[in-house]
Each structure stands twice: as structure tokens, then as C-alpha cells.
Design a binder for this molecule. Structure first.
Ligand code: ZN
Length: 158
């Protein structure tokens, strides 16, 4: 990934440093992660922060040790890399992903979604947002977005 100077400047101008977290003041994605666009592509701000420090994307996942999705401070207690399972385990522990929605549909492959997100995805798609961009916003694959839009998953949600 090649970042332009304009992009880096734009990125740096949207950070407010606190004693602990460095908070993203730009736009946020659906899950509350900082989001910034680069040539039409939406990137997660904390992943960009990691890339600017290490010259590569966090692999396999960029995690927040501070549990603050909009934090872009790279470091062990804040944005660090780890396995995606860690991320899920952390989230489960903090029960942040509990939505109170009925379990219907949760067992299918688009398990990260909730009925509310499904409706948003369909709305965004109707407004002609690219499948890939929607996938980035919701942290799911392009084919999962397609399945949701086509009604192959979450058919019961209208
Ligand atoms: Zn933090």
C-alpha cells in the first residue's frame, strides 16, 4: 500500500491525542472504527496507523487493547496485531457484541450481522455503494454482502 503525502497529512490532522488513547476525529464506520478514504477505498484508521508505523497491515487482525475502536495509537495497550480469534474472545468477554436481537439467523455464515445491520446493508446497496466497500464497513466479505443483498441470507429480515 502506497500512501500519498496528502493522505498522510489528512490522516494526521484527524487525531486528537489524550493521555491514553489517540482518538480519531474523522468519520467512523458502522462499528465505530475510524474510517478514512484513499482513492475511493474505505480504510480503517487504526489499520492505517499500524501501517504507517510498520510498513505493512496488521496480520491477521488489528486489535484494540484499550477497547476503544476509534483509537489509532499503535502500541501493546492500544492498536496491536493479533489473531482475529483474540478479537472475538475479547469482544465476547466484554460482551460488546451482544445486541439483544433474536438468535434467528445468527448461526448462518454472516454471523457478524444483526437484523439492524442487514437493513443498513440493503439500504447502502440500494444507494449503489460497492459490495466491497460495504463489506469493509461491516467487516464481512464481499460474497457475504452479496448473499445479504440477494436475500440468500437473512431472508426473514425486511
Ligand atoms: Zn487506545
Amino acid at each position: 500500500m502506497k500512501f500519498t503525502e496528502e493522505f498522510i497529512h489528512r490522516f494526521r490532522s484527524r487525531i486528537t491525542k489524550t493521555q491514553t488513547c489517540w482518538l480519531w476525529t474523522g468519520s467512523l464506520d458502522y462499528k465505530g472504527y475510524g474510517a478514512i478514504s484513499l482513492s475511493g477505498q474505505m480504510l480503517k484508521a487504526h489499520r492505517v496507523a499500524f501501517h504507517l508505523r510498520y510498513g505493512r497491515w496488521p496480520s491477521p487482525c488489528g486489535l484494540h487493547g484499550c477497547d476503544t475502536p476509534r483509537c489509532v495509537r499503535v502500541g501493546k495497550a492500544h492498536v496491536h496485531e493479533g489473531t482475529c480469534a483474540d478479537n472475538t474472545a475479547q469482544m465476547m468477554r466484554r460482551s460488546r457484541n451482544y445486541t439483544g436481537e433474536p438468535r434467528l439467523g445468527i448461526s448462518n455464515s454472516a454471523a457478524k450481522l444483526t437484523p439492524r445491520k442487514v437493513r443498513s446493508i440493503r439500504r447502502l446497496r440500494k444507494s449503489r455503494m460497492a459490495l466491497a466497500a460495504i463489506g469493509v464497513l461491516f467487516g464481512i466479505s464481499q460474497s457475504q454482502v452479496h448473499n445479504v443483498v440477494a436475500g440468500r441470507h437473512w431472508r426473514h429480515v425486511r
